[in-house]
Design a protein around this ligand. Structure first.
Ligand code: PMP
Length: 365
C-alpha cells in the first residue's frame, strides 16, 4: 500500500516511504534488542554502532574529506546562527554575510549580537526574487568568514554554482546554510569552511542539525561560548557530550542508507532536476499560474507559484487537500503556494500535482 497522500510541506517534510515503513517495524524491538532505539542508552554498544554507521554513511554520500569534522547538534539550524560567530569571530572582528531573504536576515541578526556584520549585498526587500548581481557584492578585506544561505526556503531562491565559485575565490572560509538543499545535488565539500543544515527537510526529524566543518576552524570558540555551542565539545565527544537526539539520529541514519540504496546523491540529483524542471515548465506554460523567481536562480527544492486569478487560493488549497496533495500553502511572508519537493518526494508526487493544477485551471478557465 502506498502512502495516503503526497506531502509538499517545507519542513518538517516528507520522509522516504521505505524509511518510515522500516521505522514502523523497528519501533517495539530494534535489531532484536528487545527495545526501541529511543528507549536505549546512547552509550550502549548497539547505539554506538548506529552512531558510527550514521557518520560513515553521511561521509560516504556527501564525499566528506577526512579533514572535516561531522557534528550532530541539537537545536536545529537556528542555533548555529549564534554558534558560527561565537566559534569563529571575536566581538571586534568583521564577518561578511550575503542577504538573499528571510533566513539570511535571521542569521545576520543573530550574528550581529556577537560580532560586526558587513552585509555584502541585499537586504533592501524582505523576500527578494533574485540574487543581487555579483558585480555589486562588497566584501570586507578582513572578514573572518563569509556566510550565505544556499537556498531561501520561503521564496525558493537558490544560489548557483557561479555564486559559490565567486565566494570560494575570496579565499575566506565560506559558511553555508544548506538547511533546505543539502544532498539535493553533488557538491565539493572541500571548498567549504563549514556547512550546516537543520534535519527536517532532506535529513530526518526536526531538532537535529548537521554541521560539517573543516577541522582547523574548530577549537577557536570564545571563552564565553556556552559548552553546547562550542563545536569542540561535539568534535571531542563524538557529538555525545550530553544525551543526543537519539531517535532523530537513528532516522537520519536510515535516510543516509536510503540515499545509498537509491544510487547516491548523483542519482537523486537527476530525479530532483527532472522534478523541478517539469514543475517549472508546467507553471511557465500555463497562463493560470506564475513563478516570480529569476529563471536561472529557481530552487530545485521549493517551488513557489501564485494563481493569476484572484480569490481562488482557498479553493485551490481545499481541492488539493481533497486530492491528497498536502501542505501547498506558501509561507505567509511571501503568499501564494509552495510545493516543496525534497529528495523524498517521489516523481509521481510532482506528476500528480501537475495533473491537479491543470484540472483546477481547466475548471476555472
Ligand atoms: N535556514 C533555512 C534555510 C531554513 O529553511 C530553516 C527552517 N525552515 C532554518 C534555517 C531554521 O531551521 P531550524 O528551524 O532547524 O532552526
Amino acid at each position: 500500500m502506498a502512502r495516503a497522500a503526497f506531502n509538499f510541506s517545507a519542513g518538517p517534510a516528507t520522509l522516504p516511504e521505505a524509511v518510515m515503513r522500516r521505522t514502523q517495524e523497528d519501533l517495539l524491538d530494534w535489531q532484536n534488542t528487545g527495545m526501541s532505539v529511543m528507549e536505549m542508552s546512547h552509550r550502549s554498544a548497539d547505539y554506538m554502532q548506529l552512531a558510527h554507521e550514521m557518520e560513515a554513511d553521511l561521509r560516504e554520500v556527501m564525499v566528506i574529506p577526512d579533514n572535516y569534522k561531522v557534528l550532530f547538534i541539537h537545536g536545529g539550524a537556528s542555533l548555529q546562527f549564534a554558534a558560527i560567530p561565537l566559534n569563529l569571530a571575536t566581538s571586534d572582528d568583521t564577518v561578511d554575510y550575503l542577504n538573499t531573504g528571510v533566513w539570511s536576515t535571521k542569521a545576520i541578526k543573530e550574528a550581529s549580537r556577537y560580532t560586526n556584520v558587513n552585509v555584502i549585498a541585499g537586504g533592501e526587500t524582505a523576500n527578494p526574487t533574485e540574487i543581487p548581481p555579483m558585480s555589486e557584492w562588497k566584501f570586507s578585506d578582513d572578514a573572518k568568514y563569509i556566510h550565505v544561505c544556499a537556498n531561501e526556503t520561503i521564496t525558493g531562491l537558490e544560489l548557483q554554482q557561479e555564486h559559490m565559485d565567486f565566494l570560494f575565490a575570496q579565499g575566506k572560509p565560506v559558511i553555508v546554510d544548506m538547511s533546505s538543499n543539502i544532498m539535493c545535488r553533488e557538491i565539493d565539500v572541500s571548498k567549504y569552511g563549514m556547512i550546516y543544515a537543520g534535519a527536517q527537510k532532506n535529513i530526518g526529524p526536526a531538532g537535529l542539525a548537521i554541521v560539517i566543518v573543516r577541522e582547523d576552524l574548530v577549537g577557536h570558540a570564545r571563552d564565553i561560548t556556552p559548552t553546547l555551542l562550542n563545536w569542540q565539545t561535539y568534535a571531542g565527544f563524538e557529538s555525545m557530550f550530553n544525551t543526543p537526539a537519539t531517535f532523530a539520529w537513528y532516522l537520519a541514519g536510515m535516510v543516509f542508507k536510503w540515499i545509498k540504496d537509491v544510487g547516491g546523491v548523483k542519482a537523486i540529483a537527476e530525479v530532483n532536476q527532472r522534478k523541478a524542471e517539469k514543475l517549472y515548465s508546467y507553471i511557465d506554460s500555463s497562463e493560470f499560474y506564475e513563478n516570480h523567481i529569476a529563471v536561472d536562480q529557481r530552487s530545485w527544492m521549493n517551488v513557489t507559484f501564485s494563481l493569476t486569478k484572484e480569490g481562488l487560493d482557498a479553493e485551490f488549497l481545499a481541492q488539493s487537500k481533497a486530492a491528497k496533495l498536502l501542505s501547498l500553502k506558501g509561507h505567509k511572508a511571501f503568499g501564494g503556494m509552495r510545493a516543496s519537493i525534497y529528495n523524498a518526494m517521489p516523481e509521481e508526487g510532482v506528476d500528480a500535482l501537475i495533473e491537479f493544477m491543470q484540472s483546477f485551471a481547466d475548471q476555472h478557465a
